[in-house]
Every structure is written in C-alpha cells, then in structure tokens.
Design a protein around this ligand. Structure first.
Ligand SMILES: Cc1cc2nc3c(=O)[nH]c(=O)nc-3n(C[C@H](O)[C@H](O)[C@H](O)COP(=O)(O)O)c2cc1C
Length: 408
C-alpha cells in the first residue's frame, strides 16, 4: 500500500508481506470471521483471532466483565479513557466454526495477515498440536500462542501460567513447531519480573517472533456504596487484565528490553491509540503493532488516521520504509550508571503563559528542593543555586510548555 511518493507502509513479518504494520490484537474486535473481514475492508493490515481452544477448554463468560478508569472522574467534561480492566475469557465459540471462518477470511482477503491465536494447557501437547495443525490447514498464516491471559485460564494451567514458567514456554513452543510449518509467535505476559526470560525460552523452543504484551494484572477499585469490588459479578470480583493508554509505558519497556535481548521480530502491543504511539513502539523495537482497546472504544475506522499519521511521520524523518526506523530509540536505552552526570539543567518559567496556580511552588516546597518562591506579583521565581533540575515543577504545571528545563 503506497501512501506518498517516497514512503512505503507495507512491510513483512516473518517473511510474510503485510500492506501496513497495523494489526488487530486477539480480543473482542476479532471475535468472529465477519468482524475480521470488516476490519480488513476498512484497511487493517492483519488480525489475530480471539484466542481459540479445544471445545473442552471453552466456557461461558461472566457479566459484566469490563470496568474502565477515565479522567476526569466525575464532572461535566467528557470523559477520556485512561485504562480498561477485563475479566473476559478466551473465545466461547466452538473450534469447528472458527476453522470455517478462518478459511473464509483468508479466501476473501489473501493479501492480509490472518494469525490464529491458540491456547491449551501446559501439559496438553495433544491439544496444542491439534489446534496448530487445524488452524494451519484452515489457512491461518501464523500462530500466536497465548501464554499470557492473566485471568480465568491460569487457574487451569493455561495462559499466563505458561508465560510465567520458562520451561513450559519452551516445551509448548516446541510441540507447536513440530506440528506445523507456519511461523509461531508466543504472546508474552508483562506479569513477570523479566519478560526476556520466558521470551528467550520460547525462542529456544523454536519461536519465530514474539508478541508483547498481554494485559497487566489489575483490580480496578471498589464501589463505595455497595463495597463490592469492580467489575461487580453478583457482589464478587476477581483480578483481571488492564489495557489501554495506562499500560503503554509497560508495553514500551517490554518491547525495548526484548529488542535489546532477543534476535527475532517483535509485534508490539499495549495502549496504542494513535500513530504517535505506534511510531514509538516501532522506534523502540517493534516491527509491527497490534491494537485492541483503542478499537473497542473507537472502531475499525481509526486505521485511516493511523496510516496517514505514520506516513507523515516517516516523510518528515525521511524514512522510506518501516525497517528504516525499527529499534532506533531502543539503542538509546542504556544502564542508569552510563547516563551522563555532566548535563546540568534548571527550571525556567514562562511568565507569558503562567497562570499563577502555585502548584510548582507547593510541589517544590514539599517534595523538591525549596527552589521556587512566589514573588509579590505571584509569579514563581527559580533559585538557580537550589534548583537541581528534577523537573517536578514541569510535571505538575497545568499549562503545556510553561515550565521548561534549560541548560546552565
Ligand atoms: C476484553 C478483552 C479481551 C481480550 N481477549 C484476549 C484474548 O482472547 N487473547 C489474547 O491473547 N489477548 C486478549 N486480550 C488482550 C489484548 O489482545 C491486548 O494484548 C491488550 O488488551 C493490550 O492491548 P491494548 O492496550 O491495545 O488493548 C484481550 C483484551 C481485552 C480488553
């Protein structure tokens, strides 16, 4: 797919061509073959099916199974999603109907990347291999192994129970690899100390690429009237998986540390809402990106803005193709003790835009270095000797770019 004279959004993943680097992740937007077809019609480069399993391993969902955290909390202003928790299970539809749908999607959209997400138990070689072979036979171009669902499935030795055990990651990947000939991508959980450990074990088992991340373990809060935790399922709840903008920094850390420690392609996931988030994931090491929550809230149509925006970014930086900027910024993530101690910056307040709210003064007084005083005109005044350039004042200032750090 060509969007501008010198920029190509089309790219490859494990040797397979995709028209753009935007994939739908395994989640409600890929809950049926027809939904995936709608997404492809809208322009998505690829999609990972909602996670499939053997019929014996699927079951009914609970109601409700979502709870969101939005800002501002309660006011007259429109709310903006910050994070979403879900306790949804993998697909509740039988394997046979999924296989027919995979076949039909691949037939109608041969130029798109259809990945089947599969899941079985950590000791269930037979199911892993059956699922792998059946999905390959139906036409799936790759397999994503769900080693990462944090709720419902780990209790049965599936999902994150596998992703948290490098030995089982290796074994399950080996089982799948020996049953199929299409590329295999284990999907990692962020709910571990060091994500590169299970990723490397999966690569030892033959993984062709790694997807990261699945949702982050979370309890969303408590209803202060009923005292029931959210999402309230008949008075009870259970820890779930957190997604959306709030988890982007966790996903970026996972992808950059994987980029610096593994040698297979990475599909980046977590909190991607727009082309800027996607560009950051690619700069930190992803070769393509997957989206879920943004699509749940805004629909398949965001693909146009994603493609246009990324094209503009690439033109501006003179990147002709996605490969030109994968991992550029990941190489700039280093050990703390290698960061320069020679750079000295201090705060500077723009009197034109300052709203005299006192927030910088209060935070510097009570959590900083007592380097800000308030003059008679109520403008903050920075003490150049006391300011250590921590940047707390810039973080709390409600006005964009009013407080800047300047070199001394
Ligand atoms: C309601 C819901 C259901 C999900 N179901 C699955 C699933 O079946 N399999 C899977 O691998 N990931 C599943 N995920 C995780 C997403 O694919 C994705 O990894 C995660 O939401 C982070 O991306 P996001 O911040 O763009 O949503 C689900 C996420 C949500 C919100």
């Amino acid at each position: 797919m060509k969007f501008a004279a010198d920029v190509e959004l089309n790219t490859t993943f494990c040797g397979i061509e995709i028209p753009n680097p935007f994939l739908l992740s395994s989640a409600p937007p890929t809950g049926t073959g027809d939904m995936i077809k709608e997404a492809f019609k809208a322009g998505w480069g690829g999609a990972v099916t909602k996670t499939l399993a053997m019929d014996k391993d699927i079951g009914p969902n609970v109601t409700p199974r979502l709870h969101s955290l939005s800002f501002p909390g309660k006011s007259d202003e429109p709310k903006k999603l910050y994070g979403l928790e879900n306790i949804e299970l993998i697909t509740d539809r039988k394997l046979d109907s999924w296989l027919r749908e995979i076949e039909s999607v691949v037939k109608d959209y041969p130029d798109r990347l259809l990945i089947a997400s599969i899941m079985a138990g950590g000791d269930d070689m037979e199911s892993w291999q059956h699922l792998a072979k059946a999905c390959e036979d139906a036409g799936a171009k790759m397999l994503e192994l769900n080693f990462s669902c944090p709720h419902g499935m780990p209790e049965k030795g599936m999902g994150a129970a596998i992703g948290q055990n490098p030995g089982i990651c290796r074994k399950a990947t080996e089982w799948v690899k020996s049953a199929c000939s299409i590329p295999v991508i284990p999907k990692m959980t962020p709910n571990v100390t060091d994500i590169s450990v299970p990723a490397n074990a999966s690569i030892e088992g033959g993984a062709d690429a790694i997807s990261a991340i699945n949702t982050v373990g979370a309890v969303m809060g408590v209803d202060l009237q009923t005292l029931n935790p959210f999402p309230d399922v008949g008075g009870y709840s259970t820890p779930g998986g957190y997604s959306g903008p709030a988890i982007k920094p966790i996903g970026l850390k996972a992808v950059s540390s994987l980029f610096n420690s593994i040698n297979v392609p990475i599909s980046g996931i977590g909190g991607i809402e727009n082309w800027r988030d996607a560009a950051e994931y690619i700069l930190l090491g992803a070769c393509n990106v997957q989206l879920c929550t943004a699509v749940m809230f805004q629909g398949f149509g965001i693909i146009d803005e994603l493609c246009d925006g990324l094209t503009g970014f690439m033109e501006e930086h003179d990147f002709g193709q996605i490969d030109d900027f994968i991992g550029i910024s990941a190489r700039k993530i280093t050990d703390h003790n290698r960061l320069s101690r020679d750079i000295k910056k201090i705060s500077s307040v723009n009197r034109e835009t300052c709203v005299k709210c006192d927030l910088c003064y209060i935070s510097c007084r009570d959590a900083g270095y007592q380097a800000i005083s308030v003059g008679e005109d109520r403008f903050p005044v920075i003490d150049r000797e006391k300011c250590t350039g921590c940047s707390l004042c810039a973080q709390v200032c409600p006005v964009w770019d009013c407080v800047q750090l300047v070199a001394v």
